[in-house]
Design a protein around this ligand. Structure first.
Ligand code: HEC
Length: 143
């Protein structure tokens, strides 16, 4: 039994050496989304940690294997939709993502449930979902 415990502790220590790169990419200030403060505040609280280059990292971000899951979410999230690179997104892609964003927010699939467990303030109520939906619609019309 003791041997197994040593192994578990040993592995837990060794995996800490596999560290994802958590540097936020440089931001092109001219491309950053800038809209109504109410919308900005909702996006910043509920989406920006995975969909921007302004990710805020919690204290546990360096602890493997949580760090690996986080790095994966952040990298794929930014690739899918980056609000800090808004003006540079291809209009066709943007329109697709915005349409998807409406569905995902309405079906409570974004923000991701694992994120909401530790970020209660990112949960969106009905009124907030409506504000975001209107924003997504207005952006689609602007394209
Ligand atoms: C914990 C990280 C995380 C948060 C927070 C988050 N997302 Fe995502 N999002 C992802 C990841 C990862 C992907 C890409 C892979 C996938 O779809 O699971 C994604 C994909 C998307 C896509 C593209 C889906 C597609 O099918 O092309 C949209 C749109 C989106 N998210 C909208 C949002 C919006 C809006 C919010 C805030 C209300 C949000 N997300 C919050 C991680 C997150």
């Amino acid at each position: 039994m003791k041997k197994i415990a040593y192994w578990v502790v040993g592995i837990a220590i060794v995996i800490q050496f596999i560290r994802p790169d958590f540097q936020n990419p440089k931001i092109d200030e001219a491309a950053v989304l800038n809209t109504d403060p109410k919308v900005m505040s909702l996006l910043k609280t509920s989406c920006y940690d995975c969909h921007s280059s302004e990710t805020q990292y919690p204290w546990y971000h360096n602890i493997a294997p949580v760090s690996w899951v986080m790095a994966d979410n952040i990298n794929s999230g930014r690739k899918a939709l980056d609000f800090t690179n808004w003006a540079n997104i291809d209009p066709k892609v943007k329109s697709e993502r915005l349409t998807r964003a409406k569905q995902l927010v309405n079906n409570e699939m974004m923000p991701k449930s694992e994120y909401l467990l530790l970020h209660k303030n990112a949960v969106l109520n009905d009124e907030e979902k409506k504000i975001l939906e209107e924003f997504f619609d207005s952006q689609i019309q602007d394209i």
